[in-house]
Design a protein around this ligand. Structure first.
Ligand SMILES: Cc1ncc(COP(=O)(O)O)c(C=O)c1O
Length: 420
C-alpha cells in the first residue's frame, strides 16, 4: 500500500479516445420488459395506486427469497434502513447519543440514518480485500454506549456475518444489515439480510432490482415488522395501515378499526410507495436468477482477464463460502491515485464512480457529527484515494465487458506509474 514512483518513460501512451461508435459501458440499467409493462398496465387499469396486491406480493416474495418472515416496502433504501434503526431504538429504549458502528467505506445514507435517529455513528475500518466492515477492528470501537452495528454488504458481496453475529451476541448489540447493494447472495448458506435483527435493501436506479425509487426492510421479528410498517405510514396504529384493513371483518372488529383508523402512535414518516413501483419490482423479481447469473459470469470473467495486471490493480476478492451478486465491479489501484485511470476510462466511454468514500465528505469534515480522522482508518483512506467501480450488469454485451477489460489491461501495462 505504500506509494511508489516508477519511471515509465519508455512505455507507449494509451489512446485517449474510444472508437466513435463504441456503446458506453454504463453502471446500471433499466429495461421495461413485456412483463413489467403488463404489470404496470394492470395497476393503471385497476385504479389502485396505494398499497395493494402488487405491494403485498412483492413483499412476501422478496422476504421469502431472503430467508425472512417479513418485508416492508418503502420509498428508498435509506427509508428502509431508517425505520429499521428507529424501530430498534424505540423497542429497546436507546437514548440520544447512543452509538452505532458503521463501516468507514459506505454510501452516506448509512451514516445519515444513524444521525437522523438521534444516535451517534462510530466508524470502523474495512477489510482491504472484501471491503466489508473489518471484524478485527470492531471490538476496539465498542464502548458502554454501543447499541448496534450496521454492516454494509457493499458492491454485491455479504460481510463476514458469521463473525459479526458472534461479536453482536458477545456484546449484546443489535444488527441492521445495510443490504442496499446486495440481494440474492448467501453467506454460509444463508441469504444476506437474514442474519441481523433487520436489513434494508434498495431498488433505486442502477441497483439489482430497479423500481425507480424504492426500498425494503426485512426482519423475522413480528413486532419489529409492525413497528417499521407503522413508521413508514406516519406512525399509524397498526390496525389500519392500508385501505383493505377495514374490510372483511365481523361487525365488532370493523367498528373497532373505524374507531382507531385515524390514530397515530409514534412520530412516523411518509415513506410510502405506490403499486406502480411494486409492479416493476415484482416483474424484476420474477427474473432475478438469470440477471444474477449474467452478473456473476461477468464478474468472474473480469476477474480472470485482469489477473495479469493484478500487481497494479486489485480486483474484488471472494469471501469463502459467500456468493457475490456484482451490483458493480470495484477496483483499487494498489499504489497509485485513481485519478488518471478514472479520467482515462471516462474518456473511453466507461462510466466510473468513486468507491463510496465517507472520510473526505465535506458534510462530516469538522468531526462533530462523526469522527473522520483519516489516520484512524488506513484501509478506508487507501480505498478513498485509489478505489473506484465500474458496471457489471446484465444489459452489457460480452464485447463491452471485453472492451472494459482491454482498456484496463492496456492502461495498466503502459501508463506511467504515479504517486498515490
Ligand atoms: C450502501 C448503501 N446504503 C444505502 C443506500 C440508499 O439507498 P437509496 O438510494 O435507495 O435511498 C445506498 C444507495 O445506493 C447504498 O449504496
Amino acid at each position: 500500500m505504500a506509494p511508489t514512483r516508477t519511471s515509465a518513460a519508455a512505455l507507449t501512451p494509451v489512446p485517449a479516445t474510444p472508437a466513435p461508435d463504441a456503446p458506453p459501458v454504463t453502471l446500471g440499467t433499466f429495461r421495461a420488459t413485456p412483463l413489467a409493462r403488463a404489470y404496470v398496465e394492470q395497476v393503471l387499469d385497476s385504479g389502485r395506486l396505494s398499497y395493494g396486491p402488487f405491494s403485498r406480493r412483492f413483499e412476501e416474495r422478496f422476504a421469502d427469497i431472503h430467508d425472512s418472515r417479513f418485508a416492508v416496502l418503502s420509498n428508498s433504501g435509506t427509508s428502509a434502513l431508517h425505520v429499521a434503526l428507529q424501530a430498534l431504538r424505540e423497542l429497546h429504549d436507546w437514548q440520544d447519543g447512543d452509538e452505532v458502528l458503521v463501516p468507514a467505506v459506505t454510501f452516506v445514507a448509512t451514516v445519515n440514518i444513524v444521525l437522523h435517529c438521534g444516535l451517534r455513528p462510530v466508524l470502523v475500518d474495512v477489510e482491504p480485500d472484501f471491503y466489508g466492515i473489518d471484524p478485527d477492528a470492531i471490538a476496539a470501537a465498542i464502548t458502554p454506549r454501543t447499541r448496534a452495528m450496521l454492516p454494509v454488504h457493499l458492491f454485491g458481496q455479504p460481510c463476514d456475518m458469521t463473525r459479526i453475529m458472534a461479536i453482536a451476541r458477545r456484546h449484546d448489540l443489535k444488527v441492521v444489515e445495510d443490504s442496499a447493494e446486495t440481494m440474492f447472495a448467501r453467506h454460509a448458506g444463508q441469504m444476506c439480510g437474514s442474519f441481523g435483527d433487520a436489513a434494508g435493501f434498495s431498488t433505486y436506479v442502477a441497483h439489482l432490482l430497479v423500481t425507480g425509487v424504492g426500498g425494503l426492510s426485512t426482519t423475522s421479528d413480528p413486532e419489529l415488522a409492525a413497528t417499521m410498517r407503522s413508521l413508514c405510514n406516519h406512525g399509524r396504529d397498526g390496525i389500519y395501515i392500508n385501505i383493505d384493513d377495514d374490510k372483511g371483518h365481523d361487525r365488532a372488529t370493523t367498528e373497532t378499526i373505524i374507531e382507531r383508523r385515524f390514530r397515530f402512535e409514534r412520530v412516523g414518516h411518509s415513506f410510502r410507495v405506490t403499486e406502480l413501483e411494486a409492479a416493476l419490482g415484482m416483474a424484476a423479481l420474477e427474473d432475478w436468477e438469470p440477471m444474477i447469473a449474467v452478473r456473476r459470469s461477468y464478474g468472474d470473467h473480469l476477474t480472470q482477464r485482469l489477473a495479469e495486471v493484478g500487481d497494479r490493480l486489485q480486483t474484488p476478492a471472494r469471501r469463502p463460502d459467500t456468493e457475490h451478486s456484482f451490483m458493480m465491479f470495484p477496483l483499487v489501484l494498489r499504489e497509485e491515485s485513481k485519478r488518471e485511470l478514472v479520467n482515462h476510462l471516462e474518456a473511453n466511454g466507461i462510466e466510473t464512480r468513486d468507491m463510496l468514500p465517507i472520510l473526505p465528505q465535506p458534510v462530516y469534515a469538522d468531526g462533530t457529527l462523526v469522527d473522520v480522522t483519516r489516520s484512524r482508518f488506513p484501509v478506508a483512506d487507501w480505498i478513498d484515494r485509489n478505489g473506484f467501480y465500474v458496471g457489471c450488469h446484465q444489459d452489457l454485451m460480452p464485447s463491452q465487458i471485453d472492451r472494459l477489460a482491454d482498456t484496463l489491461v492496456d492502461w495498466c501495462r503502459t501508463a506511467p506509474r504515479t504517486q498515490a
